[in-house]
Design a protein around this ligand. Structure first.
Ligand code: ZN
Length: 495
């Protein structure tokens, strides 16, 4: 049975193996149901995900959408072909938080150089962090400051079409001008206005109107303004994603993703900007949102002291008294379905590590198959059901442990596909632990096999087992039991 499939022409159904069709189903926030995914153009499946604002280390909650949509990116590439998917994940490099942090961190530099230094360093750190989590680079990683002209053009188009207005050097989106504003987040305008009527800026016609462009203060990044405004200014946050998605993916594209906290107002406002500027019925066909992350049962916050960055998790002992390998972090993250809230605990990480270590031991000498297991793909095709994919992985491991070499090869390919295990060994995965974690049951079984080999005078096999144990970091000590005269082997983990 052919495991590698030819990427089909448009008219042909997609297939993984002869006779088996991949049908991809995704939950759509816009329609509030799971739907069969039909790309606008199977030759160019387009996905946009809101990326980080680069002013500080990304926290572990930020890692969730990055990992989740990386799995979806891998799945789309598998189904439609690696050359037929465009994934854009942006970098927000103009923002009030960036300005404030740059001034605080580099008070002696001129503001623009300080901002450039801060965003450059933070972006490099972000790339380093997520590479350790096994995340593939997106097809394109646009930066807001490289798309100022596109943002200005959107302001002009929105004013021209009667969906935005200029007031006190601001360009504002006229929310009541859009009849179905609130559709994505499922809120009525009355409801939203009631919540917004606190401290409304005097230049807004309606409390819900939001900023597309605003004047810059001295020392802040500033560009020539659109719409006849003389004062130099800068874009509001929501505008950049409308501009960058249009430039890299088109006016209407397939999938837009992000954390559930972005549905309102950020994504609602992206939709408003894009649809009203282009006169399109939707911005993206499918909207996907990952659930919240909490830490040890509590909301993560700096004031609670449980705020944890990806860097701290990977490189310090802040969480659980030890650093954790990036693959372990990724595996732990995928143990919960992306739409569910996830509770980030030390126990979750320890379990993930123990599972990955066992798999790494078992698959050390296995050549991966050319393609991942079909059931794993099918589980992911059901709205990215990673817990189900992982339970299939456990089943495959059981079969591989019984000696099924073909399944072992497929298992290894599946783990690579999920990005949870590459060539790492138990020792790699146990980074920062005083001694590598070993599976005591497995050690005892190998010792028993070695003693049996010795009794049968198969010293070659006995030595091979001793070497295998040494490779796991286990040292053996043989001694004769004084009473029985039998050889008794004790073992310890080498530090
Ligand atoms: Zn966005």
């Amino acid at each position: 049975m052919a495991r590698i499939f030819a990427f089909p022409d448009r008219d042909e159904p997609r297939r993984v193996t002869e006779g088996a069709y991949v049908s991809l189903n995704l939950y759509n926030t816009l329609t509030r149901r799971k739907e069969a995914f039909e790309p606008l153009d199977p030759k160019n499946v387009r996905m946009y995900v809101c990326g980080p604002t680069v002013y500080d280390y990304a926290h572990i909650g930020n890692a969730r959408p990055i990992i989740v949509f990386d799995v979806l990116f891998r799945l789309l590439r598998h189904v439609y072909g690696a050359d037929h998917v465009t994934y854009a994940r942006n970098i927000t490099d103009v923002d009030d938080k960036i300005n404030a942090r740059a001034a605080e961190r580099y008070p002696d530099m001129d503001p623009l150089s300080a901002i450039a230094k801060l965003t450059g360093e933070t972006t490099a750190q972000f790339h380093e962090d997520i590479a350790a989590l096994g995340v593939l680079p997106p097809s394109v990683e646009p930066r807001a400051t490289d798309h100022i002209e596109e943002m200005k053009a959107l302001c002009e188009a929105l004013v021209k079409r009667g969906h935005a207005y200029v007031a006190q050097d601001h360009v504002l989106f006229d929310v009541p001008s859009m009849k179905d504003y609130g559709r994505l987040s499922n809120r009525s305008l009355e409801e939203m206005e009631a919540g917004a009527r606190v401290d409304v800026a005097p230049y807004k016609r309606d409390p819900m109107d939001f900023v597309l462009w605003k004047p810059s203060k001295a020392g802040e990044p500033a560009w020539a303004s659109p719409c006849g405004i003389a004062a130099p200014g800068r874009p509001g946050w929501h505008l950049e994603c409308s501009a960058m998605s249009e430039k890299h993916l088109g006016k209407v594209f397939d999938i837009h993703g992000g954390g559930i906290d972005l549905v309102f107002p950020h994504h609602e406002n992206e939709v408003a900007q894009s649809r009203c500027a282009h006169g399109t019925p939707v911005m993206a066909q499918v909207w996907m949102h990952n659930g919240f992350l909490q830490v040890e049962g509590e909301k993560m916050s700096k004031s609670l002291g449980n705020f944890i960055t990806i860097h701290e998790l990977l490189a310090t002992d802040k969480f659980g008294g030890q650093p954790w390998h990036g693959r372990v972090v990724r595996f732990a993250m995928l143990g919960t379905h992306y739409r569910q809230p996830i509770d980030w605990t030390v126990e979750r990480l320890a379990q993930a590590r123990s599972t990955l270590c066992e798999l790494a031991d078992m698959l050390a000498d296995v050549e991966p198959a050319a393609a991942p297991n079909e059931d794993v793909i099918n589980a992911l095709s059901d709205d990215l059901n990673t817990p189900s994919a992982i339970s299939i992985v456990h089943g495959l491991a059981k079969s591989a442990r019984r000696g099924n070499a073909e399944v072992a090869a497929e298992l290894k390919a599946s783990l690579r596909f999920l990005g949870v295990l590459g060539d790492e060994t138990r020792a790699d995965l146990s980074v920062g632990q005083s001694a590598p974690e070993v599976d005591a049951g497995k050690v005892e079984a190998l010792i028993a096999a070695r003693l049996a080999a010795r009794k049968a005078k198969d010293f070659k096999e006995a030595d091979r087992i001793r070497d295998e144990l040494a490779g796991m970091g286990v040292a053996l000590k043989d001694a004769k039991d004084a009473k029985t005269g039998e050889i008794v082997t004790t073992w310890e983990v080498k530090s």
